[in-house]
Design a protein around this ligand. Structure first.
Ligand code: GDD
Ligand code: MN
Length: 388
């Protein structure tokens, strides 16, 4: 027999939380307003300290059809907080979901306020924030404070999230907003991925709370700060790329073609500057070498800056694998020489065979060479479709 569907699912992930888990479950139950059917889902990753078994035993002793039920998901191996949260969400039966830690850093007393805010503002997501007026952290080392702030800053700038605390692990949301989305669930930051993947199409409200450092047990994040940080950067990077890809697939092919062409020509113009400057510098005080050699340096320098700028900016390719980059550079250089040859040929042909004035012929030749260069590099160096 199953109990009636709950109205709220509370997801609590655990790894080695034997000292906290029973008291947090009790505290959650005491904090919930009466009359709301609640299921609490504990997602345990086979904790060596027996957290999963302890909860199982505790649940056995509870009344069967209480207002608050507790379910345990036992995962076989440790797979990180985000993916634990995702498992919890997939198993949740209510449409209103609360996500929190099990170590009292997230005060269960704040849950009613979060549920109230969901209703009152009719929003899809309520985030409990440390970094707004009324919120804060207690018991943190300076190092932890700085890391948290920098991670927040990276998310705000890199992913353009608008919240004061996108790193929060304490939030409530309507399950239906994630319909059709798929998650990487890498690392610690489930909320961040939720924010990016729902892409400002949802309404969000923040409410303040004080994060209390845990009294019992150990922080998993502090224990492996290096892995956590690099995992974090990786997760942000993946989100950034998926965001970029989505944005660019939404733009029209013609818009993309012409905006890339404009970037390509801008880079070309900057190359002219680099070429001139380097050629002058090498022939003057700096190196004082033969002007032909100096000009060769100028050409190589501008070829290189053009290549790097076009790779990163024009064609948005940041994969700098050695083999890939070298072969791209080779093609790019070849097409540039080809472009020069095309330009010379065109000028000669227009002036000599068609009696067109030199300035007009030159202009036309540069336009022909630059455009064919753009298309060739787009297609053959950076392997893109021509249109789009
Ligand atoms: N199932 C499972 N698997 N649970 C995990 C795992 C895991 O691999 N790693 C951590 N947890 C659980 C812990 O048992 C705890 O309940 C919760 O996730 C948070 O872990 P802590 O180790 O206590 O993390 P923290 O306090 O350092 O980090 C908290 O604060 C950050 C903000 O600075 C978390 O709430 C983060 O989500 C939050 O971003
Ligand atoms: Mn903690």
């Amino acid at each position: 027999m199953t109990s009636p569907n709950p109205q709220v699912s509370i997801i609590v992930s655990t790894y080695n939380e034997s000292q906290n888990i029973i008291s947090i479950l009790k505290s959650i139950r005491e904090s919930m307003p009466t009359g709301i059917l609640t299921e609490t889902i504990v997602v345990d990753d086979n904790s060596p300290d027996g957290t999963g078994r302890i909860v199982e035993e505790y649940v056995q002793g509870l009344k069967r059809f209480a207002e608050n039920t507790i379910n345990v998901i036992h995962r076989k191996t440790r797979d990180g907080l985000s993916s634990a949260i995702l498992s919890g969400i997939q198993n949740a039966r209510a449409d209103t979901i609360v996500v929190m830690d099990s170590d009292f850093s997230h005060p269960p007393q704040a849950i009613p306020r979060m549920l109230e805010a969901l209703k009152q503002y009719q929003c899809d997501l309520v985030v409990a924030s440390r970094y707004m007026r009324g919120g804060g952290t207690r018991g943190w080392t300076l190092k932890r404070k700085m890391l948290s702030k920098s991670a927040t800053l990276i998310a705000k700038i890199g992913l353009r999230v608008k919240l004061s605390d996108p790193m929060s692990g304490f939030f409530a949301f309507k399950k239906h907003i994630i319909n059709g989305l798929s998650f990487d669930a890498l690392g610690y930051k489930f909320l961040l991925e939720l924010l990016v993947k729902t892409d400002r199409k949802i309404t969000v409200k923040e409410i303040p709370y004080i994060f209390e450092n845990r009294r019992l047990g150990k922080s998993k994040l502090d224990a492996s700060l290096y892995e956590t940080s690099s995992e974090y950067l990786q997760a942000v990077w993946r989100l950034y790329k998926s965001k970029k890809m989505k944005e660019s697939s939404e733009r029209r092919g013609s818009v993309k073609f012409f905006s890339k062409a404009a970037r390509f020509f801008t880079v070309g113009a900057s190359g002219f500057g680099v070429n001139y400057l380097v050629s002058m510098l090498f022939a003057s005080g700096l190196a004082d070498i033969w002007y032909v050699h100096a000009n060769a340096f100028g050409i190589v320098a501008s070829l290189s800056t053009n290549f790097i700028l076009n790779k990163i900016w024009t064609f948005e390719d940041v994969d700098f694998g050695a083999k890939r980059t070298l072969s791209q550079y080779g093609r790019f250089a070849a097409f540039s020489s080809l472009g020069a040859a095309v330009q010379l040929g065109t000028v000669y042909w227009l002036v000599d065979a068609h009696n067109i004035s030199y300035p007009l012929a030159l202009f036309t030749a540069i336009a022909v060479a630059a455009s064919s260069n753009f298309v060739l590099n787009k297609k053959l160096t950076f392997r893109e479709k021509i249109w789009g």
